[in-house]
Design a protein around this ligand. Structure first.
Ligand SMILES: Cc1ncc(COP(=O)(O)O)c(C=O)c1O
Length: 467
């Protein structure tokens, strides 16, 4: 038995070392190889055929990557500045996570379930709960799920049951929360709920607007008080993205949220922080931690960078048996790697005012400011609802740049240009739209961010010349 264990461990170490050595050629971006373009196009056609919708861009990987660089099937190597929409926080081919995934793959089952599981989901949930508690949130329980949307569905049901079936939700304009039937109606994007029957009542509050802080605060509080007065006792929860993700990378400050949270508490409305996009990548592990708002949290949901997703709640919210279950908790590898990612984030130099996330964001700001100064014609002033919008924004590993007045077609064109030039990015927001980065904050080096921003400079200017 012990000799088998030794052999497995030696083989695992050997495999990780060999895999790591096999990607040393991935040190910079490079263009597609003409001999592989046909293979790529064939794969894209197959994707469109089988899924019923084509790809946004040709980002189909070979399975090889190194840090922030990923190899695609056309032989190109690109800087991955979107990381599966915020999932691969430690980039590609991380040796430690590879070792953990191999260990997970050598176990008896691929998936972990609610009825039967091994120890990984327990360790994942304990690690997450401990992190939330360290951040100041009194979370009693943590319940894994296979997607952010499923974690959010669980959170919503927990809130509703705790409020005896209250049918309404307080949410913010421009929020995004997931794509189930109900969540599509809480999220504030008409395209996401097209043709989907309404299944929940939502009272929307205006979000933080840096162009007029005091007005946006009073507008939000007035809207909330009006909704609470109109529908007393009928709100299951107030759900908040403390930095809006899909909505446009707007980081609201503590002063904006606190009065709303106090009002929610006063009306016994459960407070739910949706940290699915923010988790791990801002100035603290949780955004509520950075804003010192943990004591208000009744429910928290996480996903993306955690690999496994989960909902956490205070003791008094623990639901009755029957409310939550499902076949899967997550894959063995996702649970094991997720736990280690949380530990690594906690132990490393990511956080605080001079942590690596803050430094990366500062570098992004410096480079963005230089670009705006050198190409002002690409950055016309954008008049928001309450005043002009800054041409760049975000926080930590949530970065946005807003050239061309935030026009959708120009931003999408820029994203495609960047892709062809070696940077995988995406967009967020709606009117205005923004160029959006969710970089691999755990591994991206300052020199690499500079290399990316050199390409961004060139492509913004090129797009500006064409428009
Ligand atoms: C804030 C927020 N909530 C929920 C979700 C839904 O997560 P998933 O796409 O894993 O279902 C997302 C995904 O982008 C998100 O950003």
């Amino acid at each position: 038995m012990s000799s088998c264990t030794d052999r497995i461990e030696a083989a695992r170490q050997e495999l990780v070392a060999a895999l790591d050595a096999s990607t040393v050629d991935l040190m910079a971006h490079r263009p597609a190889e003409s001999t592989l373009v046909g293979l790529r196009d064939d794969m894209l056609a197959r994707l469109a055929d089988v899924r019923g919708r084509g790809a946004f861009y040709a980002s189909i990987g070979t399975g090889r990557g190194r840090g922030p660089l990923v190899e695609l099937i056309d032989g190109s190597v690109k800087w991955d500045m979107i990381t599966g929409i915020g999932v691969h926080g430690f980039g590609h081919g991380d040796p430690e996570l590879t070792a953990i995934a191999i260990e997970a793959a050598s176990q008896d089952t691929v998936m972990q379930g609610n009825l039967q599981c091994n120890s990984e989901p327990i360790r994942f949930a304990e690690t997450l709960r401990a992190a939330a508690r360290r951040g100041g949130a009194d979370m009693a329980h943590c319940y894994p799920a296979c997607s952010g949307a499923m974690a959010n569905e669980n959170a919503l049901k927990v809130c509703m049951q705790a409020r005896n079936g209250a049918p309404r939700v307080l949410a913010f304009c421009d929020n995004f929360i997931g794509r189930t039937v109900t969540l599509s109606h809480i999220g504030d994007s008409p395209g996401h709920r097209q043709g989907v029957p309404k299944s929940i009542e939502v009272d929307y509050l205006p979000y933080w607007d840096p162009a007029d802080p005091s007005r946006s605060s009073s507008d939000a509080l007035n809207a909330m008080n009006a909704a609470l007065a109109s529908y007393p006792g009928q709100h299951a929860c107030l759900v908040i993205e403390l930095v809006q993700g899909e909505g446009g990378f707007t980081p609201g400050p503590r002063e904006f949220f606190e009065p709303l949270l106090v009002a929610a508490r006063g009306a016994s409305v459960p407070i739910w922080f949706d940290e699915i996009q923010t988790f791990g990548r801002t100035d603290q592990m949780f955004r509520f931690e950075g804003l010192d708002l943990g004591s208000f949290a009744d429910i928290i949901t996480v996903g993306k960078m955690t690999q496994g997703c989960a909902a956490m709640w205070r003791a008094e919210f623990n639901p009755k048996p029957g409310l939550l279950s499902g076949t899967f908790l997550g894959s063995t590898a996702a649970m094991a790697c997720g736990a280690r990612i949380i530990e690594r984030l906690a132990a490393g130099d990511a956080y605080g005012p001079t942590g690596r996330h803050a430094q990366l964001f500062q570098q992004f700001e410096t480079r963005s400011a230089k670009l705006v100064e050198s190409a002002p014609h690409c950055f016309p002033i954008i008049e928001g609802r309450r005043g002009p919008l800054a041409p760049w924004g975000g926080t930590g590993g949530m970065m946005r740049l807003t050239p061309f007045g935030g026009q959708k077609d120009r931003i999408v064109s820029l994203v495609h240009r960047l892709f062809d030039a070696g940077v995988i990015a995406f967009f967020c927001g709606h009117d205005p739209y923004h160029l959006r980065f969710l970089p691999p904050v755990g591994v991206l080096q300052p020199s690499q961010l500079d290399a990316v921003m050199d390409i961004v400079d060139d492509q913004v200017i090129a797009e500006g010349q064409e428009g």
